[in-house]
Design a protein around this ligand. Sequence first.
Ligand code: GLN
Length: 192
Amino acid sequence: MKIGVLALQGDFAEHVAALKKLNVEASEVRLPEHLKGLDGLIIPGGESTTIGKLAVAYHLMDSLKVFGQRRAIWGTCAGAIFLSKDVSRDQPLLGLMDIKVQRNAFGRQIDSFETDLDIPELKQATGTTDDYHAVFIRAPIIESVSGDAKILASIPDGRIVAAQQGHLLATSFHPELTDDLRFHKYFLTMVD
Ligand code: GLN
């Protein structure tokens, strides 16, 4: 199995490191030809407008959209925004997932926070019972899901922070910044 990490901007190196810890072959994607032979792709956190503009500049938009029609993609934070269909403003989006996202929903950088999430699918897929400790950095929320997208995790006030639509996964938070590799494992089961 070979997983690519979109390496235009943001914390792609942390995703590559997490995949390597799981003994998965990982490569950085900067150009359309780098998608060849990949079984799945992770889009990291960072700044979604910057990632989008660079994806346009490097002629990646169409290749990424085609890749995501059949193969697994996981977007964390800015990556989740980039995967979505609607962010209520004009910026380049892949539009692959039927989710509506609100950027910077918790406020500014200083309002970043960490919290434990009860995610039954994650526990079941990894055979564990612990809640998942999630790191939110200038995070978006998923305002709504539609089509066959389903909610995976919400914070206690009900706001959605993780969703899945078949082979596509979006998380508002950053599993690549913790030592808990369960989300990466979960994504790998989606790739299989
Ligand atoms: N605030 C960023 C955006 O809107 C996302 C932040 C992140 O990826 N940690 O794109």
